[in-house]
Design a protein around this ligand. Structure first.
Ligand code: PBG
Length: 326
């Protein structure tokens, strides 16, 4: 045998030298669920280790994460039913607690990167990402609402606006609205290829944001499609996105790789709630070892081509990395 690939796996030093990808804490984005009020930190049942937090608790959490080198956060609001309506007006209301929490974080910790969520579902009485009329999601009525929401978020201090709604033309509408208001340095992390996935369940439990009727298949992508992601990525690029995102991550590693190979924009991937819940459940049963399965999982998403990985395991990964001195 002339070729023996095992020679390059002989010891840890050699393995270290030839390691092709290195997932670092700075590549990670940590989702935080926020609620109105004070002194609230409730664990989300289907996502152990994740909490709905009020402003004081979120600030404490961000401080703890920064100590671990974790600087990137994506915020989601859990809104009381009484604030929800057909047109999601609370999403840009000046008293919106979500916006206030973002401002408080940026003021206290300007070194953070804060990413928002743009979609109507947390604020909509219909629980859909767009405006609903006679059971249909109306694209072009939704766009100006998303634009208003985005401008309010930029005003609050978010660094990146994160449209997760999958309406057509939203990136351009949002980009123009931001520029018109002078927010030309606020970026857009577009949920480019967001699939109508069964793996969002725990997230919808956390926010109580499941659709009241029907499903999201007329706007989120069909899990059977990859080619179509190229169309979405092309449009997002033309419309002014700064990041292209694939969501979920694990079942869509091929799509992550496809976008990485075909586009120059940085790629983000969202390792979603159901993917996280599966792994936790297996670990709780003693079927998998968390400290090994978790980093391998995140590493695989990075290896597939994701520059940034949104994951509920970000803090645990950062803890592990600081312990190992990575
Ligand atoms: C809202 C939104 C969802 C997620 C992120 N933003 C749910 C959905 O589209 O129904 C899911 C995230 C996760 O499951 O971790 N538009």
């Amino acid at each position: 045998m002339l070729r023996r690939p095992r020679r390059n796996r002989k010891n840890a030093a050699i393995r270290g030298m030839v390691q092709e990808t290195h997932l670092q804490v700075r590549n990670l984005i940590y989702p935080l669920f926020v609620v109105d009020g004070k002194g609230i930190k409730e664990e989300i049942t289907s996502m152990p280790g994740n909490f709905r937090m009020s402003k004081d608790e979120v600030l404490r959490e961000v401080r703890a994460c920064l100590k671990l080198g974790l600087t990137n956060f994506i915020l989601f609001p859990a809104v009381a039913e009484s604030f929800k309506d057909k047109t999601a007006t609370y999403s840009y209301h000046k008293d919106n607690f979500y916006l206030k929490i973002a401002s408080a974080i940026k003021k206290r910790f300007p070194e953070t990167c804060l990413i928002s969520d743009v979609a109507m579902d947390p604020y909509s009485s219909d629980g859909h990402d767009g405006y609903v009329e006679d059971g249909e999601i109306i694209n072009d009525v939704t766009l100006p609402i998303l634009a208003k929401m985005s401008v309010a978020q930029a005003e609050a201090g978010f660094d990146l606006i994160g449209p997760s709604d999958m309406m057509d033309g939203r990136i351009q509408t949002i980009r123009e609205a931001l520029d018109e208001e002078g927010f030309y340095t606020t970026g857009i992390m577009s949920y480019t290829a967001k699939y109508a996935s069964a793996f969002y369940g725990p997230f919808r439990d956390a926010l109580d944001s499941a659709p009241k009727d029907g499903d999201k298949k007329t706007y989120q992508m069909n899990p059977a499609n990859a080619q179509e992601a190229l169309i979405e990525a092309e449009l997002d690029t033309q419309e002014g996105a700064d990041f292209l995102m694939v969501k979920p991550a694990l079942n869509y590693l091929d799509v992550i790789a496809l976008l990485k190979q075909n586009f120059d924009l940085p790629i983000a991937a969202y390792h979603v709630s159901g993917e996280c819940a599966m792994l936790i459940a297996a670990c709780q049963n003693g079927w998998l070892e968390y400290e090994k399965a978790m980093p391998e999982t995140l590493q695989s998403i990075h290896r597939a081509g994701a520059d940034a990985v949104i994951t509920y395991f970000a803090k645990d990964y950062a803890k592990l990395a600081s312990r190992k001195g990575r």
